[in-house]
Structures are given as structure tokens and as C-alpha cells.
Design a protein around this ligand. Structure first.
Ligand SMILES: CC(C)(COP(=O)(O)OP(=O)(O)OC[C@H]1O[C@@H](n2cnc3c(N)ncnc32)[C@H](O)[C@@H]1OP(=O)(O)O)[C@@H](O)C(=O)NCCC(=O)NCCS
Length: 164
């Protein structure tokens, strides 16, 4: 299987939307209401919003196999030497084959070029599909962050950090 890690393009938008919507939903299932899930997906993964975020450089790489997008990563700088992973999702059929690791490596190289020496990520509390991946990549738990969603629910995320 040949996997290409490339910059996302306009024609990747429908696949980015589908992979992120499904992946994000899995991370909050049983935690947040269906109403909030729908609202959040409609906001972030609407095709127009993804197009704007692509243009703003929010999504940095996609993983492509046989011209199909199988995963996506996005991130940015939040301080002169501080970087953040904003999104990272793999299509379920392509997980645990080392592709997520390659996406994270590509984003990390880019962020190092931009001056980053540390990289942060937020993971939904109890997300066993994401936490082991980040811990295996050297991220260390720093603390919890609690927010109230627009539907009035408490959303708890865990903050992880690694030196890069
Ligand atoms: C998290 C995710 C992007 C990782 O991508 P992936 O392609 O499946 O992961 P990889 O195959 O590259 O895994 C790389 C490493 O992490 C480990 N790992 C990944 N997921 C793991 C899990 N759930 N449990 C244990 N180890 C895991 C692998 O063993 C591997 O370790 P190694 O390189 O030391 O052998 C992907 O599994 C996913 O989309 N998960 C659901 C969505 C999610 O939780 N995203 C994160 C939101 S913040």
C-alpha cells in the first residue's frame, strides 16, 4: 500500500468532512448529546467552513491511498515557539497501520520549521482511540480543561504536551 502525505486540496473537502465528522463523533459518543454533536459537526465540518480553514492553513496534510483520502491532520502555532495539533482523524478502515504517525510527523516537521519547540494537543476525556496514540508518541498529560458547550453541557478535555 502506497501512502502519500500531501497538502490538502479543494477536491479533498468532502472526504475531510466525512472523516472528521465520523472520527470526532466517536470521541464524544455517550458523553455529549446528539443535539450538540449535530451542531458541532454542522459548524466545523460544513464544506464551506472546511474550505475557509483550508485557505487559512488550518488543515495541513492529508494521507492519500489510491487517490482516496484516508486521514487528515491540522494544526498551527499558538505562540512563537508553541504549536498545537488541532485535528487528527483516520478513516476507520485505515487505522493502526502507521498512517496517523506519519501525519503527525509531517505536521511536526512543519511546526519545527515555524519555530515550535513544544507541541500541545487536547483529547476528549476517556478517548481510548486517541490517548494511547499520543502517549506512544511522547505526549505527557498536563491537566484537564472544562468548557460549557452551547447546549449547556460540560465538555472535559485533557491537555497533553511534548517537546519537539
Ligand atoms: C488517533 C489516530 C489518528 C491514530 O492514527 P493511526 O493511523 O490509527 O495510528 P498509528 O497506526 O499511526 O499508530 C501509531 C502508534 O500509536 C499506537 N496506537 C495508536 N492507537 C492506539 C490505540 N488505540 N491503543 C494503543 N496504541 C495505539 C500504535 O501502536 C503505534 O505505536 P508504535 O508506533 O509505537 O508502534 C486514529 O487511530 C484515529 O483516528 N482515532 C480515532 C479518532 C481520534 O481519537 N483522534 C484523536 C482526536 S484528538
Amino acid at each position: 500500500m502506497t501512502v502519500w502525505i500531501i497538502k490538502p486540496a479543494e477536491h479533498h473537502i468532502p472526504a475531510i468532512s466525512e472523516i472528521c465528522s465520523k472520527g470526532w463523533k466517536q470521541t464524544v459518543e455517550g458523553k455529549l448529546s446528539a443535539e450538540y454533536q449535530e451542531q458541532n459537526i454542522a459548524f466545523w465540518y460544513d464544506h464551506k467552513k472546511i474550505r475557509e480553514d483550508l485557505e487559512a492553513g488550518f488543515y495541513t496534510h492529508v494521507a492519500v491511498v489510491d487517490s482516496d483520502v484516508t486521514g487528515v491532520i491540522g494544526g498551527g502555532m499558538t505562540g512563537p515557539d508553541v504549536a498545537e495539533v488541532f485535528v487528527l482523524y483516520m478513516d476507520e478502515d485505515y487505522r493502526y497501520q502507521g498512517i496517523g504517525r506519519r501525519l503527525l510527523e509531517a505536521l511536526t516537521e512543519l511546526q519545527k520549521e515555524q519555530g515550535a519547540t513544544e507541541q500541545w494537543v487536547s483529547v476528549q476525556e476517556d478517548n481510548q482511540r486517541g490517548i494511547p496514540f499520543y502517549e506512544a508518541r511522547g505526549f505527557v498529560y498536563q491537566g484537564k480543561k472544562s468548557e460549557t458547550t452551547i447546549t449547556g453541557e460540560e465538555q472535559v478535555s485533557l491537555r497533553y504536551l511534548r517537546k519537539i
